[in-house]
Design a protein around this ligand. Structure first.
Ligand code: FRU
Length: 494
């Protein structure tokens, strides 16, 4: 991290140089997590879309690898997924050396005869992702559409049979289309889902996976992820999810609130949102992770201003990886998200407070941090508002507050530092979160230019970029309108 580069994260992946957007081809194989990503190898703005590549043993320390799948003058390499084709169903490897197969969107342009179309293509690797070859029969799935993209492929093994399933979007139609295949090269149409719930923008980057209910492997629900831009809950880009059933052909949602193309956004807060902040987009999950663990990564940015973030020669980071599971909240099934903890294994917190009264007012902590995890449990009691101030300096601060009367958690970055690079950047995010036994538990991850808040053990999350001065590292807790009780506070930092 150069001294002149105060925003380069320590635990969030960034490309050494140049532009990055969606995570692609998330796959775990033989002890290595592979993160491919939308990348412009030639500049800090969107363009020349290719798949960059990074590898990690632990999802926190990443090594950037050479560009895996480069664009050429006829096709840009848009988002998609990767699978380990263990039984060489594709025939692209051998029984003794089965291939890693990437399924990506070819966005064709002149001089391709398919110019203007988006269709699905394959590339494969016979050396665990080091080198890649584009399949000679590309594209493998073409609907003659200009907005058919972002294929997520998984192996389905259920009552309906065993085969590959692809979820992709007809982005403008706000639809997820499902296909099946025995060999990754020949695809048959299964069904279409949508429009439903949030439809105020194009649908992009879908995912479909199964999770156990109440930790019982036999009892499951299916999760359909649909990223949307614009029209997200906090404005611009965001991820929504549907919970329901998948029988190998059709996804049937049990969490649809509104069907069809709704213009009226009044029920937005009833939809399932992966994150209630401004900067968690294009989130999809890893394939091949052991023990049925489902781990997602999102692009920590928003198309509203992604081209303007003030980070110099590199642009954009990935979120912390998050393990997702199902939980019940007020009798309703929701997704719980638990981040991979950068400080796991670090013995003792750098600062701790035990149970104590919190008088009305603001109390600065005798510890400062730009890269840290803060765990706090409030019992608001007589207070009307409680919260945390992070990345504070003389003239700037990011405020995380909980309003007791309406049960709403907010993240306010209006005065968080540099915010004037785009009119859409200054913002306040909000999510309703009920107290549990009168308590609010927050886990907040700070890294150079980001704040990720996990409330009530990950039942609601808010992810926002912030660009404070490097020296703005002060931390504080506060109560307003009356005294509160601070049950515990731990700061783990470096
Ligand atoms: C989402 C997205 C995808 C597309 C890619 C292009 O952010 O628009 O739909 O494949 O980015 O970079």
């Amino acid at each position: 991290r150069a001294a002149a580069d105060p925003y380069r994260p320590e635990f969030h992946f960034t490309a050494e140089r140049n532009w990055l957007n969606d995570p692609n081809g998330l796959v775990y194989l033989n002890g290595t997590y592979h993160l491919f990503y939308q990348h412009n190898p030639f500049g800090p703005d969107w363009g020349n879309m290719s798949w960059g590549h990074a590898t990690s043993p632990d999802l926190l320390h990443w090594d950037e690898q050479p560009v895996a799948i480069p664009c050429d003058e006829r096709e840009a390499i848009f988002s998609g997924s990767a699978v380990f084709d263990e039984h060489n169903t594709s025939g692209l490897g051998t029984a003794g050396n089965p291939p890693l197969v990437a399924i990506y969107t070819s966005a064709y342009s002149d001089p391709s005869p398919l110019a203007g179309r988006q269709a699905q293509s394959l590339a494969y690797s016979l050396d665990e992702g080091t080198t890649w070859t584009k399949y000679s029969g590309n594209p493998v799935l073409d609907r003659a559409s200009a907005d058919f993209r972002d294929p997520k492929v998984f192996w389905y093994d259920g009552a309906g049979g065993s085969y590959w399933v692809m979820a992709a979007v007809e982005a403008v139609e706000r639809q997820v289309v499902l296909y099946k295949s025995a060999d990754l090269t020949n695809w048959q149409y299964l069904s279409t889902f949508g429009p439903a719930n949030a439809t105020g923008g194009v649908w992009e980057c879908p995912d479909l996976f199964e999770l156990p209910v109440d930790g019982k492997p036999g009892e499951t629900m299916w999760v359909l992820i649909v990223n949307i831009n614009p029209g997200g809950i906090a404005g611009g880009s965001a991820g929504q999810y549907f919970l329901g059933a998948f029988d190998g052909v059709e996804f049937r949602s049990e969490s649809t609130v509104t069907e069809g193309l709704q213009q009226d956004g009044s029920r937005m807060r009833e939809y399932g949102w992966l994150d209630w902040g401004r900067d968690y987009y294009a989130a999809v999950s890893f394939s091949g992770v052991a023990d049925g663990r489902r781990i997602m990564i999102g692009w920590m940015n928003n198309w509203d201003y992604a081209g303007s973030t003030p980070t110099g020669g590199w642009r954009s980071a990935m979120s912390l990886p998050r393990e997702v599971s199902l939980a019940r909240l007020d009798g309703k099934m929701v997704l719980r998200q638990t981040p991979v903890d950068p400080f796991a294994g670090q013995e003792s917190p750098s600062f701790s407070l035990g149970p104590q009264a919190l008088a009305s007012g603001i109390q600065q902590l005798p510890v400062a941090a730009a890269v840290a995890r803060l765990d706090v449990v409030f019992q608001p009691g007589a207070a009307t508002r409680v919260g945390l101030v992070v990345r504070a300096g003389a003239a700037e601060r990011t405020v995380i507050s909980y309003d007791v009367a309406d049960g709403v958690l907010r993240l306010d970055r209006r005065k968080s530092g540099r915010a004037d690079f785009h009119a859409a950047f200054p913002s306040v995010e909000a999510v309703a979160v009920p107290l549990r036994d009168g308590r609010l538990r927050l886990s907040v991850h700070l890294d150079r230019c980001s704040v990720e808040v996990f409330a009530q053990d990950g039942l609601a999350t808010i992810t926002d970029l912030v660009f404070p001065a490097e020296a703005s590292t002060a931390l504080a807790v506060f109560a307003e309108g009356g005294g509160a009780h601070l049950v515990a506070l731990d700061v783990v930092g470096r």
